[in-house]
Design a protein around this ligand. Structure first.
Ligand SMILES: *[C@@H]1O[C@H](CO)[C@@H](O)[C@H](O)[C@H]1NC(C)=O
Ligand SMILES: *[C@@H]1O[C@H](CO)[C@@H](O)[C@H](O)[C@H]1NC(C)=O
Ligand SMILES: *[C@@H]1O[C@H](CO)[C@@H](O)[C@H](O)[C@H]1NC(C)=O
Length: 405
């Protein structure tokens, strides 16, 4: 009896492992380093004053860093590995690993998730890219190359924004209003991400509700509602909820971290670390949840150069120190701007599921997860553990409802 069970179990394991394409060891190392980068960057950015919504893709930032390593020499290149915490990884493995990771996690057809990613390196008019650099950066990072005439600043900004709009099917019409430093190269990422839930919402279970940006400022947003079984944890000590929502095929999940009540997110952000996230995840338990989420889009564009500088990437961004001679065959080029822009759309779309759960006894008294105030969220890959996105929704688009003192 136990033998048949054992055989059946082994078969199951064999099927599961055959389906899951394992990442190579160096891609796993880079997946791990993208997680460290996620928290490093988030904390650096959260210090920025007047920044409300935040949205970054650590995996894509890692690939921009990989691009700089490809174009860099000596200490300019070495700094990239430091920022990624991969000093011991060989150059070859760095690029192969990042490339494998990115193509694995962004495979829309395998994952049934919309994720359009555009990456471009803009060089000033005088620069000529070497063939070797163009080829290798295309191969590893899907990076396009273009020249931009910064003497015509308005035209340059327009070209950047038109490229972003085109890359994202119009979801991200603007990544910047201005370019401050006009003598360097520009790295730009433009993305559109739309999660496809493992279990969809009913498209009619949507209505307008109040979202409390703060205690005194409320906007009206459409909210989508459903009940279901989700992995959930109530952290009573820290007064917050953690909820895991699987995306299609359970290859990744969106994890929400939300305080019990409306409050500035600083308190949660102080807690936010890789270790704490792992602790929260380990405490998640399958729970019947009555869930309400804003059905909104967010478009966020960040200038990352200052933050990458804070993490130790100083040379590539410094005119007097940069050695990016593998980009053009000679010194003199530096990176003046790193635009990282994404549009994210929360919607009802997802896979059909077994609706008989609604009749079940366990679904009778669901816990409430009502996301009507600012929260932090992550998209975490189930296989590589890498973080595809990390962000916070503080101020959704919507009509102002109330503004009291
Ligand atoms: C995406 O995954 C599918 C399998 O689902 C595979 O056939 C295809 O080659 C992958 N594409 C890339 C770019 O890796
Ligand atoms: C996800 O799968 C559904 C059902 O097969 C399909 O209709 C939808 O277009 C897919 N979406 C993406 C982004 O692959
Ligand atoms: C990760 O994938 C496994 C196998 O498909 C699945 O059982 C599990 O629920 C997934 N985890 C999450 C957090 O989605």
């Amino acid at each position: 009896m136990w033998l048949t069970k054992l055989v059946a179990f082994s078969l199951l394991v064999a099927v599961a492992t055959a389906e899951q394409k394992k990442l190579s060891p160096h891609a796993s190392t880079l997946a791990d380093s993208s997680v460290r980068l996620a928290f490093d960057l988030y904390h650096s950015m959260a210090k920025e004053k007047d920044l409300d919504n935040l949205l970054i893709s650590p995996v894509v930032v890692s690939s921009s860093l990989g691009l700089l390593h490809l174009g860099g020499q000596s200490s300019t290149a070495a700094q990239v590995k430091k920022v990624l915490h991969v000093d011991k990884v060989s150059d070859e493995q760095l690029h192969a690993g990042l490339s494998e990771l990115l193509s694995e996690v962004s495979n829309s057809s395998a994952r049934n998730v919309t994720w359009k990613i555009g990456s471009r390196l803009y060089g000033p008019s005088a620069v000529t890219f070497t063939d070797a650099f163009v080829q290798s950066s295309k191969k590893h990072y899907n990076c396009e190359h273009a020249k931009i005439n910064m003497k015509d600043k308005q035209g340059a900004v327009k070209a950047l924004n038109e490229w972003a709009a085109h890359t994202t099917d119009g979801k991200l019409p603007e990544i910047t209003k201005d370019v401050e430093e006009t003598d360097g190269a520009i790295i730009a990422n433009a993305m559109f991400f739309k999660p496809h839930w493992d279990e969809k919402f009913h498209h009619q279970m949507v209505d307008n509700r109040a979202f409390l940006v703060s205690r005194s400022f409320t906007v009206s947003v459409p909210m989508m509602h459903r009940t279901g079984f989700y992995r959930f944890h109530e952290d009573k000590e820290n007064k917050l909820y953690v909820l895991n929502m699987p995306l299609a095929h359970k290859k990744s999940s969106m994890i929400f971290i939300m305080p019990f009540h409306v409050e500035p997110l600083e308190r949660l952000e102080k807690l936010l670390s890789r270790k704490q996230l792992d602790t929260w995840i380990s405490k998640l338990e399958e729970t019947a949840i009555a869930l309400s989420l804003p059905k909104v889009g967010m478009e966020v564009s960040h200038k990352l150069q200052k933050h990458l500088g804070e993490l130790g990437l100083t040379e590539a961004l410094d005119k007097s120190k940069a050695d990016l001679s593998k980009v053009s065959g000679k010194k003199g080029l530096y990176v003046s701007n790193v635009f990282h822009a994404s549009a994210l759309e929360w919607d009802t779309d997802g896979n059909p599921f077994d609706t008989s759960i609604f009749g079940s006894e366990k679904m009778k008294n669901p816990r409430l997860f009502y996301a009507d105030h600012p929260f932090i969220f992550l998209v975490k890959d189930n296989e590589s553990d890498s973080i595809l996105f990390i962000g916070r929704l503080v101020r959704p688009k919507g009509e102002k409802m109330r503004d009291e003192l």
